[in-house]
Design a protein. Structure first.
Length: 393
C-alpha cells in the first residue's frame, strides 16, 4: 500500500467515526490518536512519511481536520493526533459522501415504496442509528426498488399460474438471470413486513412468490381419495407428493382438513394418522400461489360443514402464514380454525419471550385470520414457540 493510500485509509476511518458521531451512535469526539495512527507512525521511509503528511495537511487546508504533531518536535515531527473538524468537508476531500447524505438520498429514492411496503419505515429507522438490517445498509436503494418490482410482477400473475423457475423469471424481468437470487434478503423483509422476523430459507421466500429453483410437490396424508388430472386414487401411506396443478379435489369422506406448516410435524402426523379419514397438507412454510389455488380446489370439493384447521408456529411468521391460508379458506366458503396454536398448548419450557412489536404483529395477523381472541391471548401471554417443539398425544 502506498503512503498516500495509508493516509487516506486512516482518514476514511476518521470519516466513519464522524458518521457514527453524527448519527448518535458514538459519543466521543471523532479523532485519530497515536494508537490509531500506528500504520503511519511505523513508516521507516522519510519519503513515505512526507507523502502521508502532505495528505493530512491537504485535509487540514480543506477545513476537515486539526493536526497535532509530536510535542518534542512540533515543526516536522510525526502527527500524534488528528481531530475531525467538519465531517462534510472530510467527505468532500475523500471524494465520498457522508452517511447522513447517503441516507437522505436513499430515503428520497425509497419514498415511492413507503405506502405499499410500510416496513421500509422500520428499515430506515434502523439505518438512522447506523444499524444494519440483515447486513444491509442504505448504500443500495436500487436493490429495494427491484425487490418491490419482483413482488408486483409475481402478484400480477394469475393465481392459477404454474410456478416459474426463478432464473427464467429473473431474466425476463431484469435481463439478468441471477438478479432475484441476490435480492432474497430484501424480498424476505418486504414480504414479511418485519425487520424482527428471523431470516427465512431462500426457497421459502421464492415459494411465497411462486418461484422455484427446483419445483417441489405438495405433500398430502390421510385415508382420502384424491382426484387428479390423469388418475384418481387413495393417498399412499404414510404420505404422497403430487404436483399442485394436478390436484383437482377430494373424492371420499374427509372428517377434517389440517394444514401443517413444518415438515417434521407433518411427517410425524402423517405416520400417526395415515389410516384416519383426515386430510393433512404440508404448506412448506408460506404456501405458494399454486399451492393456494390447489387448496381452494380441494376445499370446494368438500361439504361446507367440513372442519378446517391450520397448525403452525406460534410466532409472527406462523400467524402470517395462517392469515394467508384463512383468506383462501374464506374465499372457498370455509372458516379456518387454529390447531394447537393457543398459549395453553405450549409447555413453559419451550416458550421464548417476545418483543412488544412482535406480539402486536401476531395480534394483527391473528385478527386477519379471524382469530381476534387468540391474538389477544397471545399478546397477553408474551411468548413465541416453534411448532416442532410441540407434541401431540
Amino acid at each position: 500500500m502506498s503512503a498516500s493510500a495509508i493516509a487516506k485509509d486512516l482518514l476514511v476511518k476518521l470519516l466513519d467515526a464522524g458518521n457514527k458521531h453524527a448519527a448518535g451512535a458514538r459519543t466521543r469526539a471523532p479523532a485519530l490518536t497515536a494508537t490509531q495512527l500506528k500504520p503511519y507512525r511505523e513508516l521507516r521511509s522519510w519519503q513515505y512519511k512526507q507523502e502521508c503528511d502532505e495528505t493530512f495537511l491537504a485535509a487540514r487546508d480543506a477545513g476537515a481536520v486539526n493536526l497535532q504533531r509530536d510535542k518534542l518536535n512540533p515543526n516536522d515531527g510525526l502527527f500524534e493526533r488528528i481531530d475531525l473538524v467538519d465531517v462534510q468537508a472530510l467527505a468532500r476531500f475523500l471524494g465520498s459522501s457522508t452517511y447522513a447524505d447517503q441516507l437522505n438520498q436513499t430515503i428520497g429514492q425509497l419514498e415511492q415504496l413507503k405506502a405499499e411496503f410500510p416496513v421500509i419505515l422500520e428499515v430506515i429507522g434502523r439505518w438512522r442509528s447506523m444499524a444494519k438490517v440483515r447486513g444491509l445498509g442504505p448504500q443500495d436503494s436500487g436493490a429495494w426498488i427491484d425487490a418491490a418490482k419482483i413482488i408486483r410482477a409475481c402478484a400480477a400473475r394469475s393465481q392459477e399460474a404454474i410456478a416459474a423457475p426463478v432464473r427464467e423469471f429473473s431474466a425476463r424481468l431484469f435481463l439478468d438471470s441471477k438478479r432475484i437470487e441476490v435480492l432474497t434478503p430484501q424480498l424476505d423483509i418486504l414480504l414479511s413486513g418485519s425487520v424482527e422476523d428471523s431470516p427465512r430459507a431462500t426457497a421459502q421466500v421464492w415459494q411465497e412468490l411462486g418461484l422455484f429453483r427446483e419445483e417441489h410437490p405438495v405433500l398430502l396424508a390421510g385415508h382420502v381419495h384424491i382426484a387428479r388430472d390423469r388418475s384418481t386414487g387413495l393417498i399412499d401411506a404414510p404420505y404422497m407428493g403430487l404436483p399442485a396443478a394436478t390436484i383437482l379435489g377430494g373424492l371420499s369422506l374427509v372428517t377434517e382438513v389440517i394444514t401443517i406448516e413444518n415438515k417434521t410435524t407433518f411427517h410425524s402426523e402423517a405416520k400417526r394418522r395415515q389410516d384416519d379419514k383426515v386430510l393433512l397438507i404440508y404448506t412448506a412454510g408460506m404456501p405458494s400461489p399454486a399451492w393456494r389455488a390447489m387448496y381452494r380446489r380441494l376445499l370446494e370439493s368438500l361439504p361446507p360443514t367440513t372442519p378446517i384447521y391450520h397448525w403452525g408456529d406460534v410466532d409472527e411468521g406462523g400467524f402470517r402464514i395462517a392469515s394467508t391460508i384463512a383468506a383462501v379458506a374464506r374465499g372457498a366458503g370455509f372458516s379456518l380454525q387454529p390447531y394447537g396454536m393457543s398459549p395453553e398448548d405450549v409447555p413453559l419450557e419451550i416458550r421464548v419471550r417476545a418483543s412488544a412489536r412482535t406480539l402486536e404483529r401476531i395480534h394483527h395477523f391473528a385478527c386477519v385470520a379471524g382469530w381476534p381472541e387468540l391474538g389477544q391471548a397471545m399478546r397477553e401471554a408474551g411468548f413465541v414457540a416453534e411448532q416442532e417443539a410441540l407434541e401431540r398425544e
